[in-house]
Design a protein around this ligand. Structure first.
Ligand code: SF4
Length: 498
């Protein structure tokens, strides 16, 4: 049985795909013939450059971004829509149709050249339509080859995909480590009932098996990237994702992470550093980004991690996202000594009232103190902000702006996101509690196309006094002008830290 695991565009080109690296290692350990193929690293740039190559101006579609437009067009292609059914995408579609068909042909050739019995796609956000198009082409050319889609987004769209596309044989809603080997074994006999989290067809019905979580993350093997040319990532300096934990201890109102991975588990600090050491030895890794929801889930873990890194003197740089709380001066210094170069904090707002509504589990004062302490220790601080949370008023937005202004000397970058209603987040589950009176699709253009399979929804809040996008843009601009002028003054090259 030959398995080919595929990473499709559009994904980061800075980092090799961690989940597929782990699954490759899991299958190899079980002596299953597996090939890891990263089509993203090879095709992403070329695909994104189609717009320049064909001199395409997005006009009023600009606010959705190229990725969104591409995904909508490819989804229409997957659905075999006629040209007149492309609506607002028709003009762009006509210009890039031939290029896209050529590129998909090439990508499909590459997959089939590995002579797979089964092809697995790891799907995250904009990878969805690319994976579906490739699945369709594979089944047309090699009907006996089985296709399975996995990844966190399958929890949202997996059932709909199985109902709509008969060229997708299976969907996995499970963590791959204990699903994939069981699935490959089951393929021989067609007995899928015991494969955790698997969706499959039986007598015209779609059956969904219960999920089963990996109990001990310490037993997950180190990722295997032997099939990849790592020099292609991030200009020859790949950033390696590293995983300390799965799930999240918190329950922020706008986030669905606890739904995706309801059980919080973590590796031992020693196990994490073993993996870093292994990746350094085998692949020359010297820069790591923790994929954890927050690296400071436990002070003891964080301290041990730093001490272990200092003890082994690996000289690797690392960065992570963190909750803005619980890092004192001593711990911050220890983190810096262990070569932590940057921490990005989910502050989200400068208003205590909104912070409470968001269930952030911290306060503006604590957040402020944390990021100042971390900055003082010599670690680059970034913050995430969310604008237009449903209960946010103009005064709250002003407070957020003042937060940035007050702390401009301690923050190097702000990442501002416009609030999005994410399926199965607490706000989605209980919209009226947050003043939302109507939930609707994000964009009328995509009706029945992309949004049907995607988890972002639009909303209308009762107290929505803030002119949304214009204000967010203004806010983003102002915060970055403030921060950039400060960092320039200090001669700091922020990019070198990321
Ligand atoms: S936003 Fe971060 S800290 Fe909050 S629930 Fe989601 S993953 Fe956890």
């Amino acid at each position: 049985m030959k398995v080919t695991l595929v990473n499709t565009p559009i994904f980061s080109t800075k980092t090799p795909p961690l989940a597929l690296g782990i699954l490759t290692a899991v299958l190899k350990k079980e002596a299953i013939n597996v090939k890891l193929l990263d089509l993203n690293i090879k095709y992403c740039k070329e695909i994104m450059e189609l717009f320049n190559k064909r001199k395409i101006s997005l006009g009023k579609l600009r606010r959705f971004g190229k990725e969104y437009v591409l995904n909508s067009i490819i989804m229409l292609m997957v659905l075999d829509k006629k040209e007149e059914e492309y609506g607002v995408f028709k003009k762009v579609y006509k210009k890039i149709k031939d290029d896209l068909e050529g590129l998909f042909g090439e990508m499909c050739d590459e997959i089939l050249a590995t002579s797979p019995d089964v092809v697995g796609f790891s799907v995250l956000a904009f990878q969805l339509s690319f994976s579906l198009m490739l699945a369709k082409l594979i089944k047309e050319r090699r009907p006996n080859c089985k296709v399975i889609l996995g990844g966190a987004d399958m929890l949202f769209s997996g059932n709909k995909i199985m109902e709509t596309f008969d060229f997708v044989d299976f969907v996995s809603k499970n963590e791959g480590e204990n699903m994939l080997p069981a699935f490959v074994r089951a393929l021989k006999y067609g007995n899928y009932e015991k494969v955790p989290g698997l969706l499959f067809r039986k007598k015209g019905r779609i059956i969904e098996n219960p999920r089963k979580f990996v109990k001990d993350l310490n037993k997950v093997p180190f990722p295997n990237y032997d099939d990849l040319d790592l020099m292609l990532y991030n200009g020859g300096e790949p950033i390696f994702f590293i995983e300390g934990s799965r799930g999240c201890l918190y329950r922020c109102a706008f986030c669905s992470h606890p739904f995706v991975s309801p059980k919080f588990r973590h590796k031992s600090a020693k196990r994490v550093v073993d993996e870093m050491e292994y990746l350094q030895r085998r692949y020359g890794a010297n820069y790591f980004f923790f994929s954890d929801s927050s690296i400071n889930f436990d002070k003891g873990f964080l301290r041990e991690l730093a001490e272990e890194l200092i003890k082994r003197d690996l000289k690797v740089r690392w960065c992570a996202t963190a909750k803005p709380l619980g890092i004192d001066e001593e711990l911050a210094k220890l983190l810096r000594k262990s070569n932590c170069t940057s921490l990005q904090f989910g502050v989200e707002t400068g208003s205590d009232r909104v912070m409470k509504d968001m269930n952030k589990g911290t306060t503006v004062k604590i957040a402020e103190k944390t990021l100042r302490t971390v900055h003082k220790a010599g670690i680059v601080v970034g913050i995430y902000l969310i604008v237009s949370f449903p209960t946010e008023r103009l005064i709250d937005l002003l407070k957020t702006f003042l937060f940035v202004l007050r702390n401009r000397k301690f923050i190097y970058l702000t990442s501002v996101a416009y609030f999005q209603l994410v399926m199965f987040s607490p706000v989605y589950n209980n919209p009226t509690k947050y003043g939302i009176k109507k939930v609707e699709r994000l964009c009328p253009y995509q009706r029945n196309v992309f949004d049907d399979f995607f988890f972002v929804k639009g909303h209308e809040a009762r107290n929505e006094l803030i002119p949304k996008r214009a204000l967010r843009k203004l806010f983003e601009l102002l915060s970055n002008v403030i921060l950039t002028s400060w960092t320039k003054k200090k001669g700091v090259d922020v990019k070198s830290y990321y």
